[in-house]
Design a binder for this molecule. Structure first.
Ligand code: NAG
Length: 341
């Protein structure tokens, strides 16, 4: 079946998005090689600013550009799947929030489209809430990529940044793909395996700032790509395990569909994605030492409530949005094939 015009526009939007890094580097080297003294000078000052100067830490405010968040490209990316935002409860703009997004999938595309753009009207759906999607700090050292992510309200996921974003800033909400690189290795279509058992960092942030925890389940994120899961004790599994330990990245082996949506390629497969935002779980603020005694208990209790709420969210929506599911929601710690024996 030939791809329709709308599908081709969607595919083109993904190509533009995936090549954003390439365009940024192209601009950088073009300025460097073809630029005159002035443009090279400006480039040098800019690089010094982002690598060694005050630009090293993402600025807090004033970096969001509604124009970029509202780009036509993002709407086309969302329509291609299509993606839908499902709201189950109100978020109060007088409070602060820590959203846990699951599953990570290969690239967390639906997290980006939902919270870093306005393609699904997230700001209209939750009035008064400023969402900050968080990503790896490495992105903020790459020329122009840094400005691209900042303009979308994104920040790095260091603990200090999380605390700065939430402390005394009503209506602020951070979005974390809690399972990270490990969960990316589990991204099997129609499977919901979530790395959460020992993930306490995001709960500690909520406890320290008194922010409510909000579970978010993306039904369909894992269906965007076909992932081959290496068997236990194969060379690939060992390589993935070592890379995970060494550089903290998952390197899943995956493919999508081709440009004409008929062959194998790197574009996501089409398939409905529903991003379901759960009800907030109030977390009392704890001022003392978070890693011992009462602090530890407070974190444990909040984590337990979060896990229960996430399971509840799954049970309430699986019948509607995960009809093709294979198995149930599994909370694991490490992909089984990557466990050390
Ligand atoms: C977002 O809001 C606009 C204007 O209210 C509307 O036309 C559009 O359909 C909405 N998009 C989604 C995905 O809900």
């Amino acid at each position: 079946m030939a791809a329709t015009f709308a599908q081709k526009l969607g595919a083109l939007s993904y190509i533009l998005f995936f090549s954003a890094g390439f365009w940024c580097w192209l601009l950088f080297f073009a300025l460097l090689y073809f630029g005159g003294t002035v443009s090279r000078g400006i480039l040098a000052v800019y690089c010094a600013y982002i690598w060694f100067g005050p630009g090293r830490l993402p600025p807090m405010t004033g970096s969001r550009k509604p124009f970029l968040r509202g780009l036509w490209v993002w709407r086309k990316c969302a329509e291609y799947c299509p993606m839908t935002l499902v709201k189950t409860a109100e978020l109060d703009p007088e409070k602060t929030y820590v959203l846990g997004f699951h599953p990570h999938g290969i690239i967390s595309m639906s997290a980006f489209i939902t919270f870093a753009t306005e393609a699904l009207n997230v700001s209209k759906t939750f009035p008064g809430i400023r969402f900050h999607m968080l990503t790896l700090v490495q992105n903020f050292y790459i020329p122009f990529i840094r400005d691209f992510v900042l303009a979308h309200g994104m920040c790095d996921c260091a603990r200090s940044t999380c605390l700065r974003l939430l402390k005394g800033r009503k209506g602020s909400a951070i979005v974390l793909c809690v399972g990270g690189a490990r969960e990316a290795l589990l991204a099997q279509p129609n499977h919901f395996e979530i790395v959460l058992g020992k993930r306490l960092g995001f709960v500690r942030i909520a406890v320290r700032t008194g922010s409510a925890l909000v579970p978010v389940l993306s039904f369909g994120e894992n269906n965007m790509f076909q992932v081959s899961r290496p068997l236990e004790d194969t060379f690939t599994a060992k390589l993935q395990r070592n890379l995970l330990k060494l550089v903290g990245l998952g390197f899943p082996i995956f493919h999508g569909t081709g440009i004409m949506l008929s062959s194998i390629g790197m574009l996501p497969y089409q398939g409905a994605i529903h991003v379901v935002v759960g009800a907030p779980i109030e977390v009392p603020k704890f001022e003392g030492d978070i890693k011992s005694g009462d602090g530890k208990r407070a974190v444990k209790e909040a984590h337990d409530r979060y896990v229960a709420a996430l399971r509840g969210l799954w049970d309430a929506h699986k019948g509607r949005y995960a009809m093709e599911r294979k198995g149930t929601l599994k909370i694991v710690d490490l992909p089984p094939q990557l466990l050390q024996h």
